[in-house]
Design a protein. Structure first.
Length: 200
């Protein structure tokens, strides 16, 4: 009998690939597993100085757009706790990998009853631009257009002025999640409502 294909997760647990079973896990165990995995994964292929984790990136997204869909921002890269944060130009050449990543992302978000939206996508893009400028080699090097306003540059300068250790990134991610759970909002802002605020 052929054995089930699996990955070894952040804490040594087998994550079976044929049927994803995140919905069967204890919620707190799953969250700690995600926090641990994201705190070990590096942004920009690890090519920043100092090295910068996906966990801190997710918290940065929350800082950029406070009091919004914070759970969505914290989980928007959750699949990378088990897979990899591949640079976008490489990922675009790997449609099969993208499909696997989408399966993981959907399964995790469904297990935790979290959704993505326009606000999450905008926060992710703005964080990328600021990280490229403050930690990488500038937006132009990555083929990105700089669209953030001076107000967001100030937030980026303050937040990215100190890069967390992997242990701190894990703990801060968990703290941010539990805070977001306590202060869940109702309907998130629409694109029409959010765009003027972003560009101001």
């Amino acid at each position: 009998m052929k054995s089930r294909p699996f990955l070894t997760g952040p804490n040594g647990r087998r994550v079976f690939l044929d049927v994803l079973e995140f919905h069967l896990m204890d919620k707190e165990v799953l969250l700690r597993e995600i926090a641990d995995g994201l705190s070990q994964e590096l942004r920009f292929g690890g090519h920043t100085r100092p090295q910068y984790t996906v966990a801190q990136h997710c918290v940065f997204c929350c800082r950029l757009f406070p009091k919004g869909n914070d759970r969505g921002k914290l989980l928007h890269d959750a699949s990378e706790a088990y897979l990899r944060d591949l640079p976008k130009p490489l990922k675009e050449l790997l449609p099969d990998y993208q499909a696997i990543e989408e399966r993981f992302q959907t399964a995790i978000q469904d297990a935790l009853n979290v959704h993505s939206d326009y606000e999450v996508k905008e926060a992710d893009e703005m964080a990328f631009q600021l990280e490229a400028d403050f930690l990488g080699f500038g937006c132009e090097t990555y083929g990105a257009t700089r669209t953030y306003s001076p107000r967001f540059r100030e937030v980026g300068s303050a937040f990215l002025g100190r890069i967390w250790s992997r242990e701190e990134a894990k703990n801060r991610w968990l703290e941010e999640w539990h805070q977001a759970e306590k202060s869940k909002r109702g309907t998130p802002p629409t694109e029409k409502e959010l765009t003027p605020w972003i560009r101001s």
